[in-house]
Design a protein around this ligand. Structure first.
Ligand code: ADP
Length: 273
């Protein structure tokens, strides 16, 4: 009875009343809207912390759809998406997973870091991502037809995963795809300032520093400074921290442990602060 669980997982959708701030890089908002209206599933690629999740939250709110977000990982089973039988007060009841809820309610289901999910999980998505738009639930015997409002959005970070972890071509080919990257200087300054409340004049050197840190080729880092970390750094500065210490705490320590690498990054920071 391994598929019975005592505790119910909570999959509350996010229904935002206000549209969260999102600074577009190009015409991705139009693209998302057309994909939504034409019922095409969407794949978003891009580095961690560059705005993928914010973009989807923004679009879900703009389109007035509930948003179900799932962070994928390699222990995740298909039942984590579709649902399972749970014991509740001595009774066995079926509880929908987030994907099933999104299909039933006509919401947007966002699967973050889809490459982390095992192949058998991605196979569950196949009948939803072609013109059938169905979700067969083996355990309940139901075949759910996705309503017009349902949309599947998946994302992954092509940079940091190893080559072994990539989407199967048969899965990739079911999605229209957009590549995201960090915003250009002016736009990233606007984002960091608006998210942190730090004045633009103070965000300019910070974002410039971020761009320089990203460009460091000789430093061996798995991930580069994200917009999210620049926002954190700006929040620390805004709240009175010395900018050098803020940068060390938000831009160096989260990215590496190696002393030599840290020193390389700190050297660049010293040139700014
Ligand atoms: P990820 O690509 O990992 O999903 P997020 O969407 O969570 O990244 O972005 C991290 C943070 O960076 C957001 O919470 C937001 O503060 C900021 N951000 C990044 N890009 C944008 C953008 N284009 N507009 C507004 N905020 C952004």
């Amino acid at each position: 009875m391994s598929h019975f669980q005592l505790q119910q997982a909570s999959h509350e959708p996010v229904v935002l009343q206000e549209v969260p701030f999102y600074k577009p890089a190009g015409n991705e908002c139009t693209l998302f809207e057309v994909a939504y209206r034409q019922q095409l599933p969407l794949l978003i690629k891009g580095p961690t912390g560059c705005g993928k999740t914010r973009f989807i939250a923004h679009m879900a709110a703009r389109l007035g759809r509930p948003l179900y977000t799932v962070s994928c990982h390699d222990d995740m089973t298909a039942a984590d998406l579709t649902g399972r039988y749970l014991l509740k007060g001595g009774e066995t009841v079926w509880v929908d997973g987030p994907l099933t809820q999104a299909v039933r309610t006509g919401g947007i289901c966002y699967l973050d870091e889809i490459v982390e999910a095992r192949k058998d999980v991605t196979v569950v998505l196949h009948p939803l991502t072609d013109d059938r738009r169905i979700l067969p639930l083996e355990r309940t015997g139901e075949i759910l037809k996705a309503p017009d409002g349902f949309m599947l959005v998946v994302s992954y970070n092509p940079g940091y995963q190893n080559i072994l972890k990539s989407l199967k071509p048969s899965t990739r080919q079911r999605f229209v795809s957009i590549s995201f990257d960090f915003a250009p200087l002016e736009a990233e300054v606007e984002i960091v300032s608006s998210e942190s409340g730090l004045p633009v004049a103070q965000c300019v050197p910070l974002v410039n520093l971020g761009k320089r840190l990203r460009a460091l080729k000789e430093v061996d880092l798995e991930e580069v400074v994200s917009t999210r970390l620049l926002v954190y750094c700006a929040i620390l500065i805004k709240n009175g921290l010395d900018p050098f210490q803020a940068a060390e705490t938000a831009l160096v320590e989260p990215l590496c442990d190696d002393l030599d690498v840290k020193e390389g990054l700190l050297e660049l920071i010293r040139a700014t602060y």
